[in-house]
Write a protein that binds this ligand. Sequence first.
Ligand SMILES: Nc1ncnc2c1ncn2[C@@H]1O[C@H](COP(=O)(O)OP(=O)(O)OP(=O)(O)O)[C@@H](O)[C@H]1O
Ligand SMILES: O=C(O)[C@H](O)COP(=O)(O)O
Length: 395
Amino acid sequence: MRTLDDLDVKGRRVLVRADLNVPLDGETITDDGRIRASVPTIKALLDGGARVVVCAHLGRPKGQVDPKYSLKPVARRLGELLGQDVDFAADVVGDSARSTVESLQDGQVALLENLRYEPGEESKDDAVRGAFAEQLAGLAELYVGDGFGAVHRKHASVYDVPKLLPHAAGGLVVAEVQVLKKLTEDPQRPYVVVLGGAKVSDKLGVIANLLTKVDRLLIGGGMAYTFLKAQGYEVGKSLLQEDQLDQVRGFLDEAAKRGVELVLPVDVLAATTFAADAEHEAVEATAIPADREGLDIGPRTRELFAAKLADARTVFWNGPMGVFEFDAFSGGTRAVAEALIASGAFTVVGGGDSAAAVRKLELPEDGFSHISTGGGASLEYLEGKTLPGLSALEE
Ligand SMILES: Nc1ncnc2c1ncn2[C@@H]1O[C@H](COP(=O)(O)OP(=O)(O)OP(=O)(O)O)[C@@H](O)[C@H]1O
Ligand SMILES: O=C(O)[C@H](O)COP(=O)(O)O
């Protein structure tokens, strides 16, 4: 992969695809980790005299303009971190974007509005995506792919634009790949993967492949309930991927066949409603009341997971064990994070919210070998899949 050193950027407009998909509470950024991680590449380009045009997505507005997902607060924070103004374009490839980009001087930076306001960004139709990519590429002369968290998406800004412009990988992508490579090349064993979080349908897909690579798979968070249901237990109002139950039954069989230990919660904190102050109690994972939803793993599961992590030599963890944003349901995530730190293993935490949880719970970031900005992206990399955003940069 070409890197920034291979590009002559002085006086040129450089489109940087970053992953600035940060958690927001209204307009307040609750964790700016991904913005911070994007700063070194942007700064290096600015120091090199480039005119930098940053593009990124926020949330999943599905091709519609929705002010809730505006990148405006991100522009403000990026400016603070860079120590210079970030011009914000009110659209992605429209009049505002074009005039903002045209007025940039050497060493100045602009951020475009949320890429996912444009239906072309995520379209499955190559021609539709390609047409949007042409518009985006038209804003710049060079392209830098640095949004590691999105390299698993075959989206216009990730996959198609680098085909249209001379390109290079940014420092974040290079660094992330370097660490994750270590996990794919002969990891020390036991190799344990811990999966949780809420993007259940996205991430169930990686399990089939992971079962061929790991010694143990611990499943918590919103991911666990589809497994419990697949085993025949009722999960009340918990997060459930009903259409993937057969697939999950297949994983349970496959794990048993391969001798991979698949460890599920034995108890959960079952709440009356999805709220910070919800009434809740620890119940057996096999007996979740119909009117309750599991919002965290229970105390016995925390101990079980910690025991299963104690002798690990390599651990990858993606996805919080519960709704850590609510204090009452953050204990499971804390317990797993602490068990990773205590294991002394080579530990990688991946994912926007997983990394945010580590910081929110004030756990020492240097207690982990690496905190990756990619959740889904890291998981798919570990599967050994060719990721669209990486293959495009390699061409
Ligand atoms: N039992 C649960 N029920 C509902 N939501 C849950 C549960 N457990 C965890 N979550 C939620 O999962 C979310 C994080 O999931 P997600 O899959 O997005 O992880 P991630 O680390 O951000 O990975 P990625 O980078 O791929 O987005 C958190 O907001 C958390 O509240
Ligand atoms: O949060 C992430 O994992 C990345 O920003 C990608 O977001 P997506 O899962 O909505 O494509």
